[in-house]
Design a protein around this ligand. Structure first.
Ligand code: FNR
Length: 386
């Protein structure tokens, strides 16, 4: 049985009784407003923006209103189980932090990846850490303590570099490799284009490359930022095809999870190729505009997986009740993206921990009030709004 996450509200009320009213935001709209005011404009456009006119990005969040949960009474759901067992771990929470490159830049000390790992250690919420870090992956993971962490791979064109990154992640203690498929080329992002801003091309978040022996061979061990950035730009995105999957699989015995899956046929084909997890996501609408929301794609992806592997989900999750709805539609675990970056930007590690506890508390209290002792009961009581 997990700890009652909902007790967080008592902590907040009792602290206030003792004269300590929380200054953390208690809802997403307030958090977003404060983050937009706090972030440097160049970072803001990169984090808040998306592809095209951002219709898909908006639809991701709005789609949660298409479904609702039906309350059940006289259940007395005093004990509620939100824990998840996957890949040999029991996670106390069904929530994880999605990989966000350049989160390293969000803290004033520019060690935001480490801040994310610290919040994972403090809350038990696992982090999927991006290839695009400000610190080498080996320096980040110790901060996650006992909470299992995952490494997200942007597969480079150079196969030896890909193998080196995966091998380093395994050696450092990451518990799985999440391969992102939808970003071998950046989508059309008007906000970034308008300001000409792309952080990696300014040399940011490339520490996993500059600390890598294979990458250093490619640059001739040059310390010249221009050489580093141009080498990175040349090798960053590998347009993988199904023919590459066997090679990717051969790189590791760790759980291999494919991120960016939205079509049930792709999910089935990936499973047949031996992957260990499917991650349904449209990258928060940052890559391809014009699509359905990720939530609308989730049920068919879940059906295609048929319980064979865990199904991760992200894109558009903005509250604890969104978490419950994604679980209700079949996700095994639910990823938070921009909201946790905003939590970190506004309040540092305590702000990020608060954000995670806030989502978990709201999710847990929704289950309590609605009489759901577990996720199976949520699933029995999901309805599509008419
Ligand atoms: C991302 N995302 C992402 N995904 C990934 O696989 N590797 C990465 O490095 C990044 N980087 C990244 C940067 C920023 C600024 C954002 C906002 C997102 C996508 C991320 O993992 C996730 O899919 C989305 O953030 C989910 O959508 P929401 O919740 O942000 O709307």
């Amino acid at each position: 049985m997990t700890q009652p996450f909902g007790d967080y509200q008592l902590e907040i009320y009792f602290n206030a009784l003792n004269g300590r009213v929380s200054d953390h935001p208690m809802d997403y709209a307030t958090l977003e407003r404060r983050a937009l005011a706090a972030l440097d404009p160049s970072l803001l456009s990169y984090i808040a923006g998306g592809a095209g006119d951002e219709a898909t990005q908006r639809r991701n969040a709005e789609a949660f209103a298409l479904w609702g949960v039906v309350p059940r009474m006289l259940v007395g759901a005093v004990d509620r189980d939100l824990s998840v067992t996957a890949w040999g771990h029991t996670f106390p929470t069904p929530v994880f932090m999605a990989p966000v490159g350049v989160v390293g830049l969000v803290t004033p000390d520019r060690h935001g990846d480490i801040a994310v790992a610290q919040a994972a250690a403090a809350t038990g919420v696992p982090a999927v850490l991006s290839t695009l870090m400000q610190d080498p992956l080996e320096d980040v993971i110790p901060h996650a303590g006992e909470t299992p962490s995952f490494f997200q791979l942007y597969t480079p064109k150079d196969r030896d570099l890909a193998a080196s990154l995966v091998e380093r992640a395994a050696r450092a203690g990451y518990r799985g490799i999440v391969v992102t498929l939808d970003t071998w080329i950046p989508g059309w992002r008007p906000r970034d284009l308008a300001s000409g801003n792309f952080p990696q091309l300014r040399g940011h978040a490339l520490r996993n490359y500059t600390s890598d022996p294979v990458f250093r061979k490619l640059t001739g061990a040059s310390e010249d930022p221009q050489v580093i950035v141009s080498t990175w730009a040349r090798i960053f995105g590998n347009p993988l095809t199904w023919a590459d999957l066997e090679w990717l699989r051969s790189l590791t015995d760790l759980p291999l999870i494919l991120k960016g899956i939205g079509h049930p046929d792709d999910a089935r084909r990936a499973l047949d190729a031996g992957v260990d997890g499917i991650y349904c996501s449209n990258h928060g609408g940052r890559q391809a505009n014009g699509g359905l929301s990720a939530l609308e794609l989730l049920p068919e992806v879940v059906a295609a997986c048929d319980g064979r592997v865990p199904v991760l989900f992200d894109s558009g999750v903005r509250s604890g009740s969104d978490v419950i709805k994604a679980l209700g539609l079949g996700a095994t675990m639910v990823g938070i993206g921009r909201p946790y970056v905003y939590g970190l930007a506004v309040g540092g590690v305590p702000g990020l921990i608060h954000l995670l506890r806030m989502f978990l508390a709201e999710a847990d209290l929704l289950m309590a009030v609605n009489g759901y002792p577990d996720v199976a009961e949520v699933r029995r009581n999901m309805r599509r709004a008419s």
